[in-house]
Design a protein around this ligand. Structure first.
Ligand SMILES: [Zn+2]
Length: 274
């Protein structure tokens, strides 16, 4: 059984669906109009990369949806024939789109001189000349990431963050699994946008997947998510029994849940370019 930790509550609160714009398009078979090149969905707007066009044969109308985790706006296109109207609609709604996206925490791009969240603190990114592994100066809150050129810098920072996350999350997973007398099979660290962690139990071993973004949260939050996923090895649900298991191995359940609810969007701003 798969159990997931969703942040859809946050999304549900903040994402707004603009569906007042009824087009009443009669649904037709998806066909490419003659002379038009085949369009591959989803794709980004040429002028505004924060806008993504998504084809939905089930949708009845053109709608806009703010995805706070991806920091982008989806334009739901109800059939290929509605594409040009959908593009026009997105243009007309540009002000609304700007307001929605500007309400999100400012982006923290992986660029030299920028500051990013790590372990709940702001660290400055520095690109020293030369080669070698990234080094962290915790006292001065600096992350030194040597890169041969500007283009490879963001990727290197990202890989560094994922490595740090993996180290911490593996340690935390083993720590909490031990407390429960359970074994960890595998820990994966990914860029999952919709959940902080998930746990599957296979042959008595927990296979846990986490979002690397937890490395940007204060340590008590990362620890809580690890405890939460480990507790799923005992209770594969979110029943009271599950929360009791959680509380028996971690003291910060309430505090961490509140932090994630309030600050989850800040974790999604790390490494964002817009
Ligand atoms: Zn859960």
């Amino acid at each position: 059984m798969t159990t997931v930790e969703r942040i859809t509550e946050i999304e549900a609160e903040r994402s707004k669906v603009m569906s007042g714009f009824l087009l009443n398009l009669a649904r037709k078979k998806p066909s490419t109009p003659k002379g038009e090149a085949k369009v591959l969905f989803p794709f980004r707007d040429e002028d505004d990369p924060r806008i993504v066009y998504k084809l939905s044969e089930r949708a009845r109308r053109i709608s806009l949806k703010v995805n706070t985790a991806e920091r982008e706006v989806s334009v739901i296109v109800p059939g290929i024939r509605a594409l040009s109207k959908a593009k026009k609609f997105a243009r007309e709604q540009q002000d609304w789109i700007d307001v929605q996206l500007e309400a999100l925490p400012p982006p923290q791009p992986f660029l030299p001189g920028a500051s990013i969240l790590m372990r709940g603190e702001l660290y400055e990114l520095v690109s020293p000349p030369g080669r070698g592994r990234p080094k962290v100066n915790h006292e001065r809150r600096i992350i030194n990431v040597p890169a041969p050129d500007a283009e490879s810098f963001p990727g290197r920072v990202r890989r560094f963050m994922i490595r740090e996350a993996r180290e911490e999350l593996e340690a935390a997973s083993h720590f909490y699994a031990d407390k429960l007398g359970k074994r960890i099979g595998k820990v994966s660290v990914r860029d999952t946008s919709s959940r902080w962690g998930s746990c599957i139990t296979r042959k008595g071993e927990g296979h846990i997947s986490y979002s690397w973004r937890l490395i940007s949260a204060p340590p008590f939050v990362l620890d809580y998510v690890a405890a939460h996923e480990c507790a799923h090895m005992i209770e594969a649900n979110h029943s009271q029994a599950f929360w009791d298991v959680c509380a028996s191995i971690n003291d910060d359940v309430k505090k961490a849940k509140t932090w994630l609810r309030k600050n989850g969007a800040h974790l999604h701003a790390v490494g964002a370019e817009w």
